[in-house]
Design a binder for this molecule. Structure first.
Ligand SMILES: NC(=O)c1ccc[n+]([C@@H]2O[C@H](COP(=O)([O-])OP(=O)(O)OC[C@H]3O[C@@H](n4cnc5c(N)ncnc54)[C@H](O)[C@@H]3O)[C@@H](O)[C@H]2O)c1
Length: 273
C-alpha cells in the first residue's frame, strides 16, 4: 500500500512544529534551502523514530519546486502539503521578498496541483501583513488570479520597483498570496483536494524574533501586547490551527484564510477607524 507523504516546504519554526504533529506513521518530506538547518531538523525527528526524507530546495526556483513535487509522488500519496518557506522585511530586500513569498507560492501551486488527489490537503502560511495596509482593487485581484506565474512580478503593482520598502513588499506579497491560494482551491477541488491559508500574527520563531528586534519591532510588540490575547504566538499555536485545516474536521473548508494572531488584526482595524 502506498505511504502517505507529508510535505513541509520551509523547515523553520512553523514548518517543524506542523511537520512533527503530522509525521507519525507517514513519510515526512522536509525541504528547505538551508542545508544545515534541514539536517539538524531531520536528525531530531529521525532520533524520535519518524521516517524523514530531506531535500535542499529553493522555493523561488521553478525547477527546484517541480523536482520536489516529483520526489513526493515517488515516495507515495501526497496527503498533507504545507508551504511555510518565506523571508521577512528585516531579512530581505523587496525583490527577494516578492520572489520567495509570492512568486514561490505561485510556483508551489503550479507544481503540486497536478500531483494532489482525493483527500489531499494543502496549506500555505501567509501573514497578518496581508490583512493590513491598502486593499487591492477588484481589477488588481482579477490580475493576481489570472496572470501566469512567470509574469506575476511584471504587474505594475507587484513589481519590486513599485515597493517603497521591504515592509510594503511583504504586505503586498502576502495579500496576493491570500488571493492566489483562494483561487487555487478551485483547481485543487477538481482533483478532490482542499487548500487554505493561515495568517499568523507575531510568532516566536527565528523570523518572528528577528522582526521584533528590527525597525518595525516596537510597533509590532505594541500591537501584540494590546491585542485580546496580549502575547506573542508560539509555533504550536499555528500548528494546532494547521492540524484543523489539514484534517478531516475541515473537510468542508477550502479556499479560505484563518487568522491565528491573538486578535491583532481585529485591534488594528478598530484603531484604523
Ligand atoms: N514568525 C512570524 O512572526 C510570522 C508571522 C507571520 C507570518 N509568518 C510567515 O510564516 C512562514 C514561516 O515562517 P517561520 O516563522 O517559521 O520562519 P522561519 O525563519 O523559522 O522559517 C522559514 C524557513 O523558510 C526557509 N526559506 C526561506 N527562503 C527559502 C527559499 N527560497 N527556499 C527554501 N526555503 C526557504 C528558511 O531557510 C527557513 O527555514 C513564512 O512564510 C512567514 O512569512 C511568520
Amino acid at each position: 500500500m502506498s505511504r502517505d507523504v507529508v510535505v513541509i516546504i520551509g523547515a523553520g519554526g512553523m514548518g517543524l512544529a506542523i511537520g512533527r504533529r503530522l509525521a507519525s506513521g507517514r513519510t515526512l518530506l522536509l525541504a528547505d534551502r538551508d542545508e544545515t538547518a534541514l539536517k539538524a531538523a531531520a536528525d531530531v525527528l529521525l532520533a524520535q523514530g519518524h521516517e524523514v526524507v530531506t531535500r535542499t530546495v529553493d522555493a523561488a526556483d521553478r525547477a527546484s519546486v517541480a523536482a520536489l513535487a516529483t520526489t513526493t509522488v515517488e515516495l507515495g500519496r501526497p496527503s498533507h502539503i504545507v508551504h511555510t518557506a518565506g523571508v521577512s522585511p528585516v531579512q530581505a530586500d523587496p525583490a527577494t521578498i516578492l520572489h520567495v513569498d509570492l512568486f514561490g507560492v505561485a510556483l508551489f501551486l503550479d507544481a503540486f496541483e497536478p500531483v494532489v488527489g482525493p483527500g489531499s490537503a494543502g496549506l500555505v502560511v501567509a501573514s497578518t501583513g496581508g490583512h493590513l495596509g491598502p486593499r487591492m482593487t477588484p481589477e488588481q485581484v482579477r490580475e493576481v488570479i489570472n496572470t501566469p506565474t512567470d509574469e506575476l512580478l511584471a504587474l505594475d503593482f507587484l513589481a519590486p520597483s513599485a515597493m517603497r520598502d521591504s515592509a510594503r513588499a511583504y504586505s503586498v506579497a502576502k495579500q496576493a498570496t491570500l488571493i492566489r491560494v483562494r483561487a487555487a482551491a478551485l483547481a485543487w477541488g477538481r482533483r478532490g483536494a482542499r487548500i487554505n491559508t493561515i495568517s499568523p500574527g507575531v510568532v516566536l520563531t527565528p523570523m518572528g524574533s528577528a522582526e521584533l528586534a528590527g525597525a518595525w519591532g516596537p510597533d509590532m510588540q505594541k500591537l501584540t501586547d494590546q491585542a485580546p490575547a496580549g502575547r506573542v504566538g508560539t509555533p504550536d499555536d499555528v500548528a494546532d490551527a494547521a492540524l484543523f485545516l489539514l484534517g478531516d474536521q475541515a473537510r468542508f473548508v477550502t479556499g479560505t484564510d484563518l487568522l491565528v494572531d491573538g486578535g491583532s488584526v481585529a485591534l488594528w482595524h478598530s484603531l484604523a477607524r
